[in-house]
Design a binder for this molecule. Structure first.
Ligand code: URA
Length: 209
């Protein structure tokens, strides 16, 4: 699939399998989501440009390398995207965090924005939009639209589980935005849930159902 990277590292597969089990507790689900977020972050940052920097170790001079330019912004789609933030910040502690609150209407599955906050210089940064589930892609498309309105032109999308329908729709609306996912499942059901998926990621993360 063009523009889609499936992160099938054994650790990711193992942790995702435990998360999918219906008997997995809220505490376990939350911890595993944070751990997988760190592994996904490692992959989505793999090609960041570096710059040389002259430095000294206790033994002598050398040329080291640091990440070039302004750092990242992680943009979780509320609310389930929050479960990925801490794991990503574990690896990139200096990253900024923006928030997009999008409500998915249970009848129409359309996306309605109720909150948006991003750093002032968001347009100068690489934005990594994060949401555990890429289902219909309505919320993902709306979040990316909003960031583009703010002038962001370097965007990436990271999720845990994607549907083939969601990937197709996101790629159709935003072909310039590459996708990283840990799995591509079979399909969407009539309620817009991914099958077999893992259920409602927000409810499982926050224990609300
Ligand atoms: N959102 C979820 O949390 N799970 C799905 O399967 C689809 C959308």
């Amino acid at each position: 699939m063009d523009g889609v990277t499936v992160i099938d590292h054994p650790l990711v597969r193992h942790k995702l399998t435990i998360m999918r089990r219906k008997e997995t507790s809220t505490a376990q689900f939350r911890r595993l989501l944070r751990e997988i977020a760190t592994l996904l972050c490692y992959e989505v940052t793999r090609d960041l440009p570096l710059q040389d920097t002259a430095m000294e170790t206790p033994v002598g001079p050398m040329t080291g390398q640091t990440i070039e330019g302004k750092k990242l912004v992680f943009v979780p789609i509320l609310r389930a995207g929050l479960g990925l933030v801490e794991g990503m910040l574990d690896l990139v502690p200096s990253a900024r965090v923006g928030h997009v609150g999008l409500y998915r209407d249970p009848e129409t599955l359309g996306a309605f924005e109720y909150y948006f906050r991003a750093p002032e210089d968001v347009a100068d940064r690489l934005c990594v939009v994060i949401d555990p589930m890429l289902a219909t892609a309505n919320t993902a498309v709306a979040a990316l639209d909003r960031l583009k309105e703010r002038g962001v032109d370097r965007l990436r999308f990271v999720c845990l589980v994607a549907s083939p329908e969601g990937i197709e729709r996101l790629r159709a609306f935003h072909p310039d935005v590459p996708i990283w996912t840990a799995a591509v499942d079979e399909r969407l059901n009539d309620h817009g849930y991914i099958v077999p998926g893992l259920g409602d990621a927000g409810d499982r993360l926050f224990g609300t159902r």
